[in-house]
Structure formats: C-alpha cells, structure tokens
Design a protein around this ligand. Sequence first.
Ligand code: IMP
Length: 206
Amino acid sequence: MESNAVTLLLLAQNYNLMPMLSEPVIHIRDLSFQPLFSEQEVQQRVQELGAALTQSHARKNPLFISILSGAFVFASDLIRAFDADCEIGFVKLSSYQGTRSSGDVQTVMGLEKDLMGRHLIVVEDIVDTGRTLHFFLHHLAQQQPASVTTVAFLRKPEAVEFQVPVEHVGFDIENKFVVGYGLDYDGLGRNIPGVYQLIESERVRG
Ligand code: IMP
C-alpha cells in the first residue's frame, strides 16, 4: 500500500471515519443517496434516547405508540433501550407518496387499547411538515391520557409547517429526502441500517 494511503487509513481509524468510508453512495430506483448517519451513530443515539426515557418514565408502565410504517424499526430498538416495564401499540396513518407529502392525514388502522390515564410515548420516524403528528396528537388528547411525550428519530426544522411539541429528537437534519432505518422511497430502503440523504443533482435513470 502507498504511504499516503496508509496515512489516510490511520487518520480515518483515529477519527472514527471508517463507517463513512465503507458506506458508498447507494441507488434506489431513479435516485442516488449519500451516507448521512452510520448504523453505529444511529444505535448510539437510540441508546441515549432510551436512557432518557427510562429516567423519565420508569415505574409509569408507558404505552409506546409507534406510527406505522416508518417508525417500526426505530420503535423496536427504542423499546429495547427502555429499561423498565412498558407496552407497545401501533397506529397506521398516511400522508406521503414518493418524495412529496400528499396532503391530509387519515387514520387507517387505530389503536385498540384504552388510553385514558395512560402515559403515552408517541414514536415517529421523522417530523417533516409536522402534519402527521399534529393530527395524531390532537386525536390522542381526546382520549384523556395521563401524559403524552413525543419522540422523533429525525426532524427537518426548515420543513415544519405545523408546530408540534417534540420532547426528544434523534437528529435534526437538512430539508432533504432521506431513506433507511425504517424510512422508505417508494417502499424501498426501510431495511438499510444507517440513514442516507438524497443527492439532489443526480438521477440514475430517466
Ligand atoms: P409530515 O406529516 O409532513 O411531518 O410527514 C411525516 C411522514 O412523512 C413521516 O412519518 C414519513 O413517513 C414521511 N416522510 C417525511 N419525510 C420523509 C423523508 O425524508 N423520507 C421518507 N419519508 C419521509
């Protein structure tokens, strides 16, 4: 190996850049995406969020409510980072098609549990315009829970149109489309363990 390459490799190891160097640009259908957060960065942040929620919600037997489909990966890691009794339920809402929000949110599949007097932790994959959470939090308030805490894995502060309380945010990101860790582009990319951001100038086909 050339000495320059060895120096670069040692520097990368020193500054923990190895995951980014080993994750190249990916292509999903006609779009290209570059790495934003590695699997290790995601997992570390989820552990931190789990620890914070354990502090605030231990002995409250909270009910985590995961908004399907995007939040199921995050929710599954988050409840395992929560170190006390808890329950989980799922609600299906819809608001997105392709890379653009499609308008009104509609409940497709509801929660069957009685929420009155419960401590709820709403788990969302990403707050984009905030429309989904705005709608859902309003819906929950009518069920008289003891408390409602919201956790979003990602948030795009520049895109927010509906001001919603989000007590815990994994990462604030630029207003660009992302995939991975449960987030999809036309159904694909949910199984990618890290997060990738759209490269806006590039189109693979068409
Ligand atoms: P909002 O109602 O505009 O906040 O959008 C919420 C939903 O849109 C999220 O739960 C996601 O399912 C989807 N969404 C928003 N931004 C992205 C993105 O960058 N990638 C994938 N899905 C997204």
